[in-house]
Design a protein around this ligand. Structure first.
Ligand SMILES: [Zn+2]
Length: 219
């Protein structure tokens, strides 16, 4: 039992390291993840590496290959479009439900995040702004108070983090979040149903532009 527990923690640690490497671009899309090499690099046995790769496959950022290796997923334009469609439905629902169930603590939490995001964006702290931004979206999902919706969003969290890493126009994003919070406070569901899809499209457009630029660079 003790050994199993250690193996579990180790595979979590390996998954965290690989996930961060992928998110930060240290391991590029299309690059190989070879069990033996990663085990040597991180000074662990192959079993936790195998487990970690399985986790990343289930999170959608690694693609399994036969036998003992895998590759960092290369998102296609089609993948992004599929994701945009699902997000639009999921997040519009989340923001509408959150608005219906909003209390003072929820408003305070959202406003705090927007302030932090705007301050980070103004100071040129892109990482800070992107983290506040993705936390803002996840907080809205929590405030929707629907366990199934939370579960669905959590299954997409790694892909969401990846997407937020592609954001440009950080102050514009913060400004739009401000507008969204104002509509929520006013209980204006109709306005949210217009604001959310437009806002999400801006983030997806930025990711699409970056993807196309990378593909061009690779030619
Ligand atoms: Zn946003």
């Amino acid at each position: 039992m003790v050994f199993e527990r250690v193996a579990e923690l180790e595979s979590e640690r390996v998954a965290n390291v690989l996930r961060d490497d992928i998110m930060l671009g240290h391991r590029e899309p299309g690059s190989r993840l070879i069990e033996r090499d990663i085990a040597a690099e991180l000074n662990v046995s192959r079993l936790p590496v195998r487990e970690a790769i399985k986790v990343l496959v289930s999170e959608g950022i690694v693609v399994a290959r036969p036998r003992t290796w895998a590759v960092v997923r290369e998102f296609s334009i089609r993948d992004l479009q599929d994701f945009a469609e699902v997000r639009q439905a999921m997040e519009t629902l989340a923001f509408v439900l959150a608005t219906k169930r909003l209390d003072d603590a929820g408003i305070e939490r959202l406003e705090e995040l927007v302030r932090a995001e705007d301050a980070a964006a103004a100071a040129g702290d892109a990482v800070g702004a992107r983290i506040a931004s993705s936390t803002f979206h996840m907080t809205a999902v929590m405030l929707a108070g629907n366990a199934m919706l939370t579960e669905l969003a959590e299954s997409l969290i790694t892909r969401l983090r990846w997407l937020f890493g592609q954001h440009e126009e950080l102050r514009v994003m913060a400004g739009e979040h401000r507008e969204i919070v104002d509509a929520m406070k006013a209980g204006d569901v109709e306005k949210l149903q217009q604001l959310i899809p437009t806002h999400l499209a801006r983030g997806h457009d930025a990711a699409e532009r970056r993807l196309l630029a990378r593909q061009k660079g690779a030619d």
